[in-house]
Ligand binder design. Structure first.
Ligand SMILES: O=C(O)CCC(=O)C(=O)O
Length: 302
Protein backbone atom coordinates (compact mmCIF):
# COMPACT_ATOMS: atom_id res chain seq x y z
CA UNK A 1 0.00 0.00 0.00
CA UNK A 2 1.24 3.50 -0.69
CA UNK A 3 -0.03 6.74 0.76
CA UNK A 4 1.61 9.47 -1.32
CA UNK A 5 0.06 12.92 -1.80
CA UNK A 6 -1.95 13.46 -4.99
CA UNK A 7 -0.72 15.98 -7.57
CA UNK A 8 -3.41 18.38 -6.34
CA UNK A 9 -2.27 18.01 -2.72
CA UNK A 10 1.37 18.57 -3.72
CA UNK A 11 0.28 21.76 -5.47
CA UNK A 12 -1.66 22.89 -2.36
CA UNK A 13 1.41 22.21 -0.22
CA UNK A 14 3.54 24.32 -2.58
CA UNK A 15 1.09 27.19 -2.52
CA UNK A 16 0.01 27.21 1.13
CA UNK A 17 2.96 25.59 2.93
CA UNK A 18 0.66 23.08 4.65
CA UNK A 19 -1.69 20.24 3.83
CA UNK A 20 -4.24 18.30 5.84
CA UNK A 21 -5.57 17.30 8.28
CA UNK A 22 -5.45 13.63 7.30
CA UNK A 23 -6.91 10.68 9.23
CA UNK A 24 -4.41 8.34 10.85
CA UNK A 25 -5.80 6.58 13.93
CA UNK A 26 -9.35 5.52 14.79
CA UNK A 27 -10.86 7.22 17.84
CA UNK A 28 -10.55 4.19 20.18
CA UNK A 29 -7.03 3.53 19.00
CA UNK A 30 -5.79 7.06 19.62
CA UNK A 31 -7.46 7.33 23.03
CA UNK A 32 -5.71 4.13 24.05
CA UNK A 33 -2.39 5.41 22.67
CA UNK A 34 -2.86 8.75 24.42
CA UNK A 35 -3.32 7.01 27.79
CA UNK A 36 -0.28 4.81 27.23
CA UNK A 37 1.98 7.63 25.96
CA UNK A 38 1.02 10.00 28.79
CA UNK A 39 1.95 7.36 31.36
CA UNK A 40 5.27 6.62 29.63
CA UNK A 41 6.21 10.31 29.39
CA UNK A 42 6.91 10.30 33.14
CA UNK A 43 9.32 7.37 32.90
CA UNK A 44 12.63 8.83 31.69
CA UNK A 45 14.70 5.68 32.37
CA UNK A 46 15.62 5.27 28.67
CA UNK A 47 15.00 8.85 27.52
CA UNK A 48 17.67 10.42 25.31
CA UNK A 49 18.33 13.32 27.70
CA UNK A 50 19.00 13.56 31.44
CA UNK A 51 17.20 16.68 32.63
CA UNK A 52 17.44 18.59 35.87
CA UNK A 53 14.08 20.31 35.52
CA UNK A 54 10.95 20.17 33.41
CA UNK A 55 10.62 22.42 30.38
CA UNK A 56 9.60 22.11 26.75
CA UNK A 57 12.68 19.92 26.14
CA UNK A 58 11.21 17.22 28.43
CA UNK A 59 9.03 16.42 25.42
CA UNK A 60 11.94 16.21 22.95
CA UNK A 61 12.70 13.01 21.05
CA UNK A 62 10.51 10.63 23.00
CA UNK A 63 10.24 8.64 19.74
CA UNK A 64 13.69 7.42 20.83
CA UNK A 65 12.35 5.67 23.95
CA UNK A 66 8.55 5.25 23.75
CA UNK A 67 7.63 2.40 21.38
CA UNK A 68 4.26 3.84 20.27
CA UNK A 69 6.07 7.00 19.15
CA UNK A 70 8.95 5.07 17.52
CA UNK A 71 6.34 3.25 15.46
CA UNK A 72 4.44 6.46 14.77
CA UNK A 73 7.37 8.35 13.18
CA UNK A 74 7.87 5.42 10.77
CA UNK A 75 4.18 5.06 9.86
CA UNK A 76 3.97 4.80 6.03
CA UNK A 77 0.78 6.90 5.98
CA UNK A 78 2.92 9.78 7.23
CA UNK A 79 6.26 8.87 5.61
CA UNK A 80 4.86 8.45 2.08
CA UNK A 81 3.21 11.86 2.25
CA UNK A 82 6.44 13.48 3.38
CA UNK A 83 8.27 11.55 0.60
CA UNK A 84 6.00 13.37 -1.88
CA UNK A 85 7.46 16.66 -0.62
CA UNK A 86 11.07 15.85 0.31
CA UNK A 87 11.93 12.82 -1.84
CA UNK A 88 12.75 9.18 -1.07
CA UNK A 89 15.63 9.43 1.43
CA UNK A 90 14.16 10.69 4.64
CA UNK A 91 15.15 11.01 8.29
CA UNK A 92 13.16 11.96 11.35
CA UNK A 93 15.55 14.22 13.28
CA UNK A 94 13.40 15.52 16.12
CA UNK A 95 10.07 15.03 17.80
CA UNK A 96 8.34 17.26 20.37
CA UNK A 97 5.31 16.97 22.61
CA UNK A 98 3.17 20.08 22.72
CA UNK A 99 0.75 20.00 25.64
CA UNK A 100 -1.52 22.96 26.39
CA UNK A 101 -3.07 22.60 29.82
CA UNK A 102 -6.24 24.51 30.86
CA UNK A 103 -5.31 28.20 31.13
CA UNK A 104 -2.01 27.86 29.20
CA UNK A 105 -0.84 30.59 26.86
CA UNK A 106 -0.83 30.04 23.10
CA UNK A 107 2.40 29.72 21.11
CA UNK A 108 3.84 32.89 19.55
CA UNK A 109 3.80 33.38 15.80
CA UNK A 110 7.09 31.99 14.51
CA UNK A 111 8.99 30.41 11.64
CA UNK A 112 11.94 27.99 11.93
CA UNK A 113 14.57 27.65 9.23
CA UNK A 114 17.76 26.40 10.96
CA UNK A 115 16.08 25.95 14.39
CA UNK A 116 18.86 28.03 15.95
CA UNK A 117 16.20 30.34 17.43
CA UNK A 118 16.55 29.24 21.05
CA UNK A 119 19.97 27.53 21.03
CA UNK A 120 21.90 30.16 19.05
CA UNK A 121 23.48 27.51 16.76
CA UNK A 122 21.96 25.92 13.63
CA UNK A 123 20.44 22.55 14.45
CA UNK A 124 20.02 21.52 10.82
CA UNK A 125 22.19 22.42 7.82
CA UNK A 126 21.06 21.69 4.27
CA UNK A 127 23.83 20.69 1.84
CA UNK A 128 25.33 22.97 -0.80
CA UNK A 129 24.79 26.66 -1.11
CA UNK A 130 21.08 26.64 -0.28
CA UNK A 131 20.50 29.39 2.28
CA UNK A 132 16.92 28.36 2.99
CA UNK A 133 16.07 25.04 4.54
CA UNK A 134 13.57 24.24 7.24
CA UNK A 135 11.96 20.91 8.00
CA UNK A 136 8.64 19.28 7.37
CA UNK A 137 6.63 19.01 10.58
CA UNK A 138 3.94 16.39 10.97
CA UNK A 139 1.77 17.47 13.90
CA UNK A 140 -0.55 14.75 15.19
CA UNK A 141 -3.48 15.48 17.49
CA UNK A 142 -3.49 13.04 20.43
CA UNK A 143 -6.62 14.77 21.77
CA UNK A 144 -9.39 16.64 19.97
CA UNK A 145 -8.07 20.10 19.09
CA UNK A 146 -10.61 22.93 18.95
CA UNK A 147 -9.96 26.67 19.02
CA UNK A 148 -10.84 26.67 22.75
CA UNK A 149 -8.13 24.15 23.69
CA UNK A 150 -5.51 25.96 21.59
CA UNK A 151 -5.42 24.74 18.00
CA UNK A 152 -2.58 25.59 15.62
CA UNK A 153 -3.03 28.61 13.35
CA UNK A 154 -1.27 29.06 9.99
CA UNK A 155 -0.84 32.02 7.66
CA UNK A 156 -0.99 30.31 4.25
CA UNK A 157 1.73 31.02 1.70
CA UNK A 158 4.26 32.54 4.14
CA UNK A 159 6.73 29.62 4.01
CA UNK A 160 9.17 31.02 1.46
CA UNK A 161 10.18 34.24 3.16
CA UNK A 162 11.65 34.49 6.64
CA UNK A 163 10.29 37.40 8.69
CA UNK A 164 12.53 36.41 11.62
CA UNK A 165 16.29 36.28 11.96
CA UNK A 166 17.06 33.20 14.03
CA UNK A 167 20.61 34.37 14.72
CA UNK A 168 19.33 37.32 16.79
CA UNK A 169 19.37 37.07 20.60
CA UNK A 170 16.34 35.95 22.57
CA UNK A 171 16.49 35.78 26.36
CA UNK A 172 15.01 32.89 28.37
CA UNK A 173 12.72 34.53 30.94
CA UNK A 174 9.95 31.98 31.55
CA UNK A 175 8.13 33.81 34.35
CA UNK A 176 7.87 37.16 32.60
CA UNK A 177 6.95 35.83 29.19
CA UNK A 178 4.16 33.61 30.43
CA UNK A 179 2.09 36.63 31.39
CA UNK A 180 2.24 38.50 28.07
CA UNK A 181 -0.81 39.58 26.11
CA UNK A 182 0.05 40.12 22.46
CA UNK A 183 -2.62 41.98 20.49
CA UNK A 184 -5.20 40.75 22.96
CA UNK A 185 -4.08 37.10 22.90
CA UNK A 186 -2.08 35.46 25.68
CA UNK A 187 0.93 34.00 23.87
CA UNK A 188 4.58 33.11 24.48
CA UNK A 189 7.33 30.88 23.16
CA UNK A 190 7.96 28.48 26.05
CA UNK A 191 9.85 31.09 28.06
CA UNK A 192 11.03 33.30 25.18
CA UNK A 193 9.39 36.19 23.34
CA UNK A 194 9.67 35.30 19.66
CA UNK A 195 9.05 38.92 18.61
CA UNK A 196 12.68 39.59 19.59
CA UNK A 197 13.76 37.77 16.43
CA UNK A 198 11.74 39.92 14.04
CA UNK A 199 13.88 41.33 11.23
CA UNK A 200 11.75 44.46 11.41
CA UNK A 201 10.78 45.14 15.06
CA UNK A 202 7.74 47.17 13.97
CA UNK A 203 6.33 44.45 11.65
CA UNK A 204 3.33 42.35 12.68
CA UNK A 205 2.05 39.11 11.17
CA UNK A 206 -1.13 39.65 9.16
CA UNK A 207 -3.47 37.81 11.50
CA UNK A 208 -6.46 38.62 9.30
CA UNK A 209 -5.15 35.85 7.01
CA UNK A 210 -4.71 33.28 9.82
CA UNK A 211 -6.43 29.91 9.48
CA UNK A 212 -7.29 27.90 12.64
CA UNK A 213 -6.49 24.19 12.20
CA UNK A 214 -9.16 22.28 14.08
CA UNK A 215 -8.45 18.57 14.33
CA UNK A 216 -9.99 15.37 15.64
CA UNK A 217 -7.87 13.15 17.89
CA UNK A 218 -5.94 10.81 15.58
CA UNK A 219 -5.56 13.26 12.68
CA UNK A 220 -2.31 14.88 11.49
CA UNK A 221 -1.40 18.00 9.54
CA UNK A 222 1.81 18.54 7.53
CA UNK A 223 3.53 21.93 7.30
CA UNK A 224 6.84 23.59 6.49
CA UNK A 225 8.57 24.77 9.67
CA UNK A 226 9.16 28.03 7.77
CA UNK A 227 5.39 28.60 7.53
CA UNK A 228 4.19 31.36 9.86
CA UNK A 229 2.50 29.37 12.61
CA UNK A 230 1.25 29.83 16.16
CA UNK A 231 -1.39 28.41 18.44
CA UNK A 232 -4.24 29.83 20.50
CA UNK A 233 -4.33 29.77 24.32
CA UNK A 234 -6.22 26.97 26.05
CA UNK A 235 -9.17 28.85 27.52
CA UNK A 236 -10.95 25.77 28.88
CA UNK A 237 -11.06 24.91 32.57
CA UNK A 238 -10.61 21.17 32.30
CA UNK A 239 -9.42 20.02 28.85
CA UNK A 240 -5.80 19.35 27.96
CA UNK A 241 -4.71 19.39 24.33
CA UNK A 242 -1.75 17.32 23.29
CA UNK A 243 0.02 17.48 19.95
CA UNK A 244 3.00 15.39 18.87
CA UNK A 245 5.25 17.00 16.26
CA UNK A 246 7.68 14.85 14.27
CA UNK A 247 10.20 16.71 12.11
CA UNK A 248 11.60 15.31 8.87
CA UNK A 249 14.35 16.37 6.45
CA UNK A 250 16.16 14.66 3.55
CA UNK A 251 18.91 12.28 4.73
CA UNK A 252 21.52 14.61 3.16
CA UNK A 253 20.83 17.33 5.75
CA UNK A 254 23.39 17.64 8.58
CA UNK A 255 21.82 17.42 12.03
CA UNK A 256 23.39 19.33 14.92
CA UNK A 257 26.48 20.13 12.82
CA UNK A 258 29.77 20.56 14.73
CA UNK A 259 28.38 20.08 18.23
CA UNK A 260 27.75 17.38 20.82
CA UNK A 261 25.33 19.31 23.02
CA UNK A 262 22.42 21.73 22.72
CA UNK A 263 21.52 24.48 25.19
CA UNK A 264 17.99 25.87 25.04
CA UNK A 265 14.87 26.48 27.14
CA UNK A 266 17.05 26.57 30.26
CA UNK A 267 18.51 23.05 29.76
CA UNK A 268 21.66 21.57 28.32
CA UNK A 269 21.15 18.39 26.32
CA UNK A 270 24.03 16.02 25.72
CA UNK A 271 23.75 14.40 22.28
CA UNK A 272 25.63 11.31 23.46
CA UNK A 273 22.64 8.98 23.02
CA UNK A 274 21.02 10.94 20.17
CA UNK A 275 20.69 9.67 16.63
CA UNK A 276 18.44 10.25 13.63
CA UNK A 277 15.93 7.66 12.44
CA UNK A 278 16.08 6.68 8.78
CA UNK A 279 12.41 6.27 7.86
CA UNK A 280 12.70 5.65 4.10
CA UNK A 281 15.22 5.25 1.26
CA UNK A 282 19.02 5.37 1.67
CA UNK A 283 20.22 5.77 5.25
CA UNK A 284 23.18 7.98 4.25
CA UNK A 285 25.02 7.68 7.58
CA UNK A 286 28.27 9.34 6.49
CA UNK A 287 27.44 12.55 8.37
CA UNK A 288 24.69 11.72 10.89
CA UNK A 289 24.55 8.93 13.47
CA UNK A 290 21.66 6.71 12.37
CA UNK A 291 20.06 4.56 15.07
CA UNK A 292 19.21 0.93 14.24
CA UNK A 293 17.06 0.66 17.29
CA UNK A 294 15.50 2.97 19.84
CA UNK A 295 16.91 3.45 23.34
CA UNK A 296 14.12 1.10 24.45
CA UNK A 297 15.17 -1.59 21.96
CA UNK A 298 12.46 -0.92 19.33
CA UNK A 299 13.87 -1.91 15.91
CA UNK A 300 13.90 0.87 13.32
CA UNK A 301 14.43 -1.77 10.59
CA UNK A 302 12.11 -1.32 7.62
O1 LIG B 1 1.70 23.11 19.30
C1 LIG B 1 2.07 24.27 19.37
O2 LIG B 1 1.51 25.11 20.07
C2 LIG B 1 3.25 24.75 18.58
C3 LIG B 1 3.74 23.74 17.61
C4 LIG B 1 4.88 24.22 16.80
O3 LIG B 1 5.29 25.35 16.84
C5 LIG B 1 5.53 23.26 15.91
O4 LIG B 1 5.14 22.09 15.87
O5 LIG B 1 6.48 23.66 15.21
Amino acid sequence: MSFYLTEEEIQQMRTNGYIGPFDLYERDEILEKYKNIRAKMFDRKNAAYDLEHTSVVSGYDRHLDIDALSEHVMNPIIVNKVNSILGPDLICWRSEMFPKYPGDEGTDWHQADTFSHASGAPQIRWPGESDFGGAITVWTALTDVSEEVGCLCFIPGTHEEMYYDESKDMEYTPDEVNALEKDGVKRGFFGYDYRNLQKDPSWKPDESQAVPIKMKAGQFVIFWSTLMHSSLPNITKDQTRLGFAARYVPAAVDIYPDTDSVTEYGSELSLEKYGVVSVSGERNDSHNRVLDESLNGFSFKR
